[in-house]
Design a protein around this ligand. Structure first.
Ligand SMILES: [Zn+2]
Length: 299
């Protein structure tokens, strides 16, 4: 994982934890001025320690807990234990060394923010009336939504090709959103931004920067590359794009590409290696969204 992105995401989680604990500390400081509360709370904590030592919960512990909670309720006060945003990891970001969903969500937020994408779309709120062939688009959206909800994908590359205005970007924004709801690490970028990023890193001698830049496109569970046209011209970028597609395939990670070029154009603009990676029947789904059928209605 790219260190800078991981650190940013971890900082968000750590801040949540600090906030929850600060509020709890302040509440305790306030309530502990009441001798009655202090007595009830200390009794509860003592009981909790004893029960932790023996590894057994006792009815006494429950009684002590209820007593101090009753005091809080009576005085219309909140709990003095921290209320964490994520109940699963208590705002640690990890559970048994594995990334918690809350941390994955923050990583995705940082990745998408860096790419400049702001608003995502929702499958359930898509308006099909703007399409001339409403039913066909509805069917396609349904297939894509189902794909996003599969536990494992037999095909890990999706190539959506079609002219301007057929709704490719809208569709991938829905897909990214659907995957984020499932707590997947998603990077959504344009081919233009990807190219700029790669060129800027690889035109230096900084191997750390090169490695960290590649990590952004290799470590996410889903990588969306919007609008792959003819902007990636330098051989270096083409080689890097191929390396990214290839490595992701090896790692069984999914890549979704939209383009106004069809597969034949891809072969002409890029090269055979990239074209065959995209149209590999074993691992790819290619969808052509063009012709009058999928044209957006005027107005
Ligand atoms: Zn969590």
């Amino acid at each position: 994982m790219n260190n800078e992105i991981l650190t940013k995401a971890k900082n968000v989680i750590a801040e949540r934890r600090r906030d929850a604990e600060k509020i709890a500390e302040n509440s305790y400081a306030k309530f502990s001025q009441h001798p009655e509360f202090k007595k009830l709370y200390n009794e509860y904590v003592d009981c909790m320690i004893t029960s932790a030592k023996t590894g057994q919960t006792s009815p006494e512990l429950e009684a002590k807990k209820s007593a101090y909670q009753a005091w809080l309720n009576q005085h219309n006060c909140r709990d003095v234990s921290p209320v964490y945003s994520c109940k699963k990891c208590e705002d640690n970001g990890y559970i048994n060394g594995q990334m918690c969903d809350c941390l994955k969500k923050e990583i995705t937020k940082v990745l998408i923010k860096q790419s400049g994408f702001q608003n995502l779309e929702d499958f359930d709120k898509s308006d099909f009336n703007k399409f001339e062939n409403k039913e066909e688009m509805q069917k396609l959206y349904k297939i894509m939504q189902d794909w996003c909800n599969q536990e494992k994908h037999s095909k890990t590359l999706i190539f959506l090709s079609g002219g301007t205005g057929v709704g490719k970007t809208h569709l991938i924004k829905c897909m990214a959103n659907e995957l984020i709801k499932r707590s997947k690490v998603v990077n959504l970028t344009t081919a233009f931004a990807l190219n700029q990023d790669l060129v800027s890193a690889f035109s230096t001698f900084d191997s750390y920067k090169k490695d960290q830049t590649l990590q952004k496109y290799l470590d996410c569970e889903y990588l969306f590359i919007d609008d792959l046209g003819s902007e990636i011209k330098q051989q270096l970028s083409i080689n890097l794009l191929y390396a990214i597609l290839n490595e992701r395939k090896m790692r069984s990670l999914s890549t979704i590409i939209t383009s106004n070029l069809d597969v034949k154009d891809i072969r002409d603009v890029y090269d055979e290696r990239i074209a065959s990676r995209i149209i590999d029947k074993q691992s790819s789904i290619c969808i052509q969204l063009n012709g009058n059928d999928l044209r957006l209605k005027k107005n």
